[in-house]
Design a protein around this ligand. Structure first.
Ligand code: PLP
Length: 386
């Protein structure tokens, strides 16, 4: 008698997982006809130079992808050698590679609230994950004392999704140490604005910006560790899908010491990043692209300040911390019900209860243009008055 086939291994999170649905993402909140405040991807038209480079790459699709030029361009952008860069199919692939490459980690820790995929990837790879929850009462500020001293694989977001809090670089750097891999998810770092570039970028930094201006040097992302090569075990995760509206193209990268990059590359599927995605990565790493990025961040800062000010007019709504990215987190008693009422009025927002450390009274709102903000705040005010 043939023996029954063994049951396939379970897919998805390891069975020890209880609690919020880590696989929930903002795109699930969308539906035709709804204004999207749920997904943190910029909605501006694609710049012609980016479109052009992606389209031109189509002419070489018969060849397997060659990551060399994009790797060199990204390395130059962050002033690192090319062997310290690994191109990935979005930042999301980076988390999977990290979870798989460091399977021997004894005490993986994820600092929450934050993007849920790092923890999901760790669990799917069989890790037992410990959560450090930053309290709302401190504005979700990073307290390095909360991270166990013997944690050997630590994930932190900066700026953090969903809180929009930007942690100081020196506080993050204090978490790096020999024997630990410190992963800093900088998927939204390009949306942040340093005080030194705030005025210039919001004003008139053009393609003819002074070659040595902060915007052109690429040092103007405040609190980014992307160019730090002195910190042991530091892996910086970057995404190009947010600011450049390339979520469907899947492009991001990891920056790390060469030895770690080799370990991560060893678990990456062959040809994981397509030729058009590589073309986009190279195009987005040029000095001109970086200047444009600063201008986008400057516009975002103005629109974010407007959203925060308008939300401040609503007595029951409290904005968390000091938002620094493309979204804001708000506390609103009864947010779960309000979210459904907002859908009835044509707005999709991101529920907060699927983020560990938050709950049903939180919502995340993408920063949009001021006209959209006005319509949204009017709808929200109407619901709160009912
Ligand atoms: C904080 C954060 N990191 C990483 C990602 C994944 O980005 P990518 O589209 O590059 O995979 C997201 C996507 O929402 C995110 O919010």
């Amino acid at each position: 008698m043939p023996r029954p086939a063994p049951a396939p291994p379970p897919l998805g999170p390891a069975p020890d997982h209880r609690g919020p649905d880590l696989g929930h993402h903002g795109d699930v909140e969308l539906a035709p006809g709804l204004v999207d405040l749920a997904v943190n991807v910029q909605r501006q038209p694609m710049p012609p130079w980016l479109r052009e480079s992606i389209l031109t790459s189509m002419e070489t699709l018969t060849a397997y992808p060659d990551p060399g030029p994009a790797r060199a361009a990204v390395a130059a952008r962050h002033r690192r050698p090319a062997d310290e860069v690994l191109l990935t199919a979005g930042a999301a692939e980076g988390f999977v590679l990290l979870a798989q490459a460091f399977r021997e980690a004894r005490r993986p820790v994820v600092v929450h609230p934050q993007f849920t995929e790092p923890e999901a990837a760790l669990r799917a790879a069989g890790h037992r994950v410990e959560r450090v929850l930053l309290p709302a009462g401190t504005g979700f500020r990073l307290d390095p004392e909360l991270v166990p001293a013997d944690a050997d694989l630590v994930f932190v977001g900066n700026p953090t999704n969903p809180t929009s809090v930007l942690h100081p670089a020196d506080v993050l750097a204090s978490l790096a140490r020999p024997g630990r891999v410190l992963v800093v998810d900088e998927a939204f770092a390009d949306s942040t604005l340093g005080p030194e570039t705030g005025t210039a970028a919001a004003g008139a930094v053009g393609d003819d910006a002074a070659p040595d201006s902060p915007a052109s040097r690429g040092t103007s992302e405040p609190e980014s560790l992307a160019s730090r090569r002195d910190l042991p075990g530091l892996v910086v995760v970057r995404s190009l899908t947010k600011t450049w509206g390339l979520a469907g193209l899947r492009i991001g990268y990891l920056l790390a010491p060469a030895g770690l990059v080799r370990r991560l590359a060893a678990v990456q599927p062959l040809w994981a990043v397509s030729t058009p995605a590589l073309a986009a990565a190279a195009a987005c790493a040029t000095p001109a692209a970086m200047r444009e990025e600063r201008r986008i961040a400057a516009r975002l800062a103005v629109e974010r300040a407007y959203l925060v000010r308008r939300l401040g007019e609503l007595s029951r709504v409290r904005v968390a911390g000091t938002p620094a990215s493309a979204f804001v987190l708000v506390h609103l008693p009864g947010a779960a019900r309000v979210r459904l009422a907002l859908r009835d009025r044509g707005f999709a927002v991101r529920r907060g209860d699927t983020f560990p450390g938050l709950g049903p009274d939180w919502l995340r709102l993408a920063v949009r243009d001021t006209a959209t903000t006005d319509l949204f705040v009017a709808a929200l005010a109407g619901i709160l008055e009912e």
